[in-house]
Ligand binder design. Structure first.
Ligand SMILES: [Ca+2]
Ligand SMILES: [Ca+2]
Ligand SMILES: [Ca+2]
Ligand SMILES: [Ca+2]
Length: 261
């Protein structure tokens, strides 16, 4: 029976060995992020920061100077806050994006490719924080405000020159810090340089994320959001460790009986 006990324990420990129990950052590793989402049983909800996605925000109606497709033209300041509600977006999650510097807006398709934007790909479907060359304290945050619990988030960060004062923080729905990246690397993962994809996968629902960018003359933009949610069908189906142990013992006992029979 002892060998079956070992099999049972092995089955129990297998999922733990893939590090699904702790929140994780993924830098320039979209495959790793997606795989972790799948391993944990979450459902990816791809989004974007392009015109089609922006048009689904509550605050965006037909802009006054649009002439072609009913969507905001390039380089339009959409205001400091954009909110996506299921009723308009059709998404299973609801969230709000804010530019935090007073007066700063979110600017769609910002392709002023000036010298302060290293390697910025243009034209782009990005959302720039407070426009390029204008508001330069590009702090932003996203709040998850309704719908299915959000447990993973990924985006591409454009144009940032990492400063020691900067941080990217992930909080749970009670406002507790789950995980952070810092400009110095102290107290968390080092904020990456270049044009990184930064993904996080959490073991508990995410309440909000904040990015504190340096106040100096360096502008950033966000590109290619993707989320993951806890699907409705697994709300009551995520096995507890004790349940897994019982399942493992049950499997071992059945296996033994088959051999005896
Ligand atoms: Ca800016
Ligand atoms: Ca910066
Ligand atoms: Ca700042
Ligand atoms: Ca700055």
């Amino acid at each position: 029976m002892r060998s079956y006990l070992l099999i049972a324990l092995g089955i129990l420990l297998l999922p733990l060995s893939t590090a699904v129990a702790v929140p994780s950052f993924f830098v320039n590793d979209a495959t790793g992020w997606s795989n972790d989402v799948i391993i944990r049983g979450y459902t990816e909800v791809p989004f974007s920061t392009g015109e089609g996605a922006i048009a689904l925000a509550n605050e965006v109606s037909i802009p006054p100077n649009n002439v072609i497709d009913g969507l905001p033209p390039n380089n339009t300041d959409l205001g400091s806050t954009l909110t996506w509600h299921t009723a308009k977006s059709g998404l299973p999650l609801e969230f709000r994006l804010q530019a935090l510097q007073p007066g700063a807006g979110l600017v769609t398709d910002d392709f002023e490719n000036n010298a302060s934007i290293p390697s910025f790909p243009a034209p782009s479907s990005s959302l720039s924080i407070g426009d390029f060359g204008d508001f330069t304290n590009d702090d932003w945050r996203i709040d998850f405000i309704g719908g299915r619990p959000v447990v993973a988030f990924q985006f591409q960060l454009l144009g940032n020159i990492v400063d020691g004062s900067e941080s990217y923080k992930i909080f749970d729905t009670n406002g507790n810090l789950i995980l952070q990246m810092t400009g110095t690397g102290v107290g968390g993962t080092q904020l990456p340089s270049g044009q990184p994809f930064i993904g996080v996968v959490s073991d508990v629902p995410i309440g909000f994320v904040t990015f504190d960018e340096d106040s100096g003359p360096n502008d950033i933009a966000l590109l290619a959001f993707s989320f993951a949610i806890i699907p409705a069908t697994v709300d009551n189906a995520i096995p507890e460790p004790a349940t897994l142990l019982l399942f493992a013992f049950g499997s071992a006992v059945m296996f033994q009986r088959r051999r005896i029979g």
